[in-house]
Design a protein around this ligand. Structure first.
Ligand code: BES
Ligand code: MN
Ligand code: ZN
Length: 504
């Protein structure tokens, strides 16, 4: 899908579908119109207002009404999109309107569309925010994953070109740059979603390594893949203890994008890449276990962020590190009570083999010290407890540096891919006490996502480090089961803002 921005007269533009936002006014039949809708309504001698006055559009955020052949309007179709009450016009209402418009557009035969939604002022957000959300929202709605179905559900939408239009030119400052950024971010989200959606018999550690090689070729990234013998030589006893029960070889993937100045220390992203988490000998219950194919979503988000940043040629240095393996039971698998020596030299008693994410991450986090990173962020579907704490709205955020935490919160707010900070206080550390090793890999039921982060903090003392627990945000369950691509938008925005490369 190609995007462009333009200042246009809504009534005169020749387009397959003209999309106009409408606010509801309880006192006035016919709603309240934004700039573009008001102009179009006047050109149609009040035809649009009349339709709304008859009650054919509820004007709720995301509600839509498709019209054809409106006199006085050059467009083939007009799609009216509700934005809700003027007083309630916020980020959520805007995003719902975008989603509603996208879903309606999917079902039309329009090959191109001209959308007047981004001109709507949302709180204190600049127009560039609206543009980014519009691009990401449309791409999100048009994403399909049907490569594993022999009968495709429906033919793909024919919509190929979208103009993000403004009735006034002033709203479009620096829009071209923002379009590039948003489209590249959407490409990254797509990649993360597809890797997440692929089942574990296809998306294996080896598949992820091949995918990394493909990405490296396509975007000229540096790449290195560590094999089992490399991990053994280094002494990654924790990572190796997780992969033991699997028949598939583990991989530690290092991808390097060097778009920034030579001297600048890299930002490092570490993604949990458990391609399937059965729990190991501490076997998970059967219900919904299929969703543990998504346990490599942290890794997928690192792939996605790198693809986005390389795709937009961002002037940044970023290294992605992905420990990838399966967590399986079996005769060779780790057992509760086993003690292993991590790359850091610290020993760990594995009291529960299902707390495997922290075991692969702790060795990866020690490994990244060699890159002398400016900051390190790990991204992991780490704990079910995080889903209980924050649901599916915010990712859990932990950091050993408050300035870094604040930056990530701000990037989450900016991309509307939000994170909420949780405590990393000393007081929780005692829950990790072990009688037989330096620490246990679990901290009991209370504050499960905090003790998981506390565990990781013991391996990041030399780093400015943050941890994102995306267990609740990386995928959806139920009818809409599938990867969300989060937190790629957050990560991209964070990297751009941190390096001063964000242009708006
Ligand atoms: N991958 C899971 C976390 C998870 C569970 C994410 C459910 C999303 C939904 C992780 O490896 C895990 O199993 N964590 C355990 C930790 C426990 C044994 C301390 C958990 O959350 O139950
Ligand atoms: Mn687990
Ligand atoms: Zn897991």
């Amino acid at each position: 899908m190609k995007f462009s921005t333009k200042a246009l007269s809504p009534e005169r533009v020749k387009t397959g579908c003209l999309v106009l936002g409408v606010l509801r006014d309880a006192k006035r039949a016919g709603g309240v119109f934004g700039d573009a809708a008001r102009i179009a309504d006047r050109a149609s001698s009040g035809a649009l207002r009349a339709v709304i006055a008859h009650g054919d559009l509820s004007c709720k955020p995301g509600s839509t009404l498709l019209l054809r052949d409106i006199p006085g309007i050059a467009a083939e179709r007009v799609l009216l999109v509700g934005l809700g009450e003027p007083a309630d016009l916020n980020e959520t209402a805007y995003r719902e309107a975008v989603r509603g418009a996208a879903n309606a557009l999917k079902d039309t035969g329009a090959r191109d569309a001209t959308i007047f939604l981004a001109e709507t002022k949302i709180g204190k957000r600049p127009a560039t925010w609206n543009i980014r959300q519009l691009v990401l929202g449309l791409r999100d709605a048009f994403y399909r994953f049907d490569e594993l179905k022999t009968q495709k559900k429906s033919s793909p939408s024919v919509l190929g070109a979208v103009t993000i239009a403004f009735a006034e030119a002033s709203g479009m400052l620096r829009a071209a740059k923002v379009l590039d950024e948003a489209a590249a971010t959407a490409d990254g989200v797509d990649l993360a979603r597809t890797l997440g959606n692929l089942p574990s018999n296809i998306c294996t550690p080896g598949y992820l390594a091949d995918e990394a090689r493909k990405l490296a070729r396509q975007y000229r990234l540096g790449i290195e893949v560590l094999e089992r013998r490399d991990m053994e030589k280094l002494g990654m006893g924790a990572l190796l203890s997780v992969t033991k029960g699997s028949h598939l070889p583990p991989k530690l993937i290092v991808l390097r994008y060097s778009g920034g100045s030579k001297g600048r220390a890299p930002m490092v992203l570490v993604g949990k890449g458990i391609t399937f988490d059965t729990g190991g000998i501490s076997l998970k219950p059967g219900a919904e276990m299929d969703e543990m194919k998504f346990d490599m979503s942290g890794a997928a988000s690192v792939f996605g962020a790198l693809r986005a940043l390389a795709g937009m040629r961002a002037p940044v240095n970023v290294i992605g590190v992905i420990p990838a393996c399966e967590n399986m039971p079996g005769g060779a698998a780790s057992k509760p009570g086993d003690v292993v020596t991590t790359l850091s030299g610290q020993t760990v008693e594995i009291l529960n083999t299902d707390a495997e994410g922290r075991l692969i991450l702790c060795d990866a986090l020690t490994y990244v010290e060699r890159f002398k990173p400016e900051v390190t962020v790990d991204i992991a579907t780490l704990t079910g407890a995080c889903v209980i704490a924050l649901g599916h709205v915010a990712s859990g955020l932990f950091a050993n540096d408050q300035k870094l935490a604040d930056e990530i919160i701000a990037a989450g707010d900016d991309s509307w891919d939000r994170a909420w900070q949780m405590p990393l206080w000393e007081d929780y550390q005692e829950q990790l006490r072990s009688n037989f090793a330096d620490m246990a890999n679990i901290g009991g039921r209370p504050a499960g996502s905090v003790t998981a982060a506390c565990y990781l903090s013991r391996f990041t003392k030399k780093l400015r480090w943050a941890h994102l627990d995306i267990a609740g945000t990386a995928w959806k369950s139920g009818r809409d089961k599938g990867s969300t691509g989060r937190p790629v938008p957050l990560l991209v925005r964070f990297v751009l803002r941190h390096t001063g490369a964000a242009k708006d």
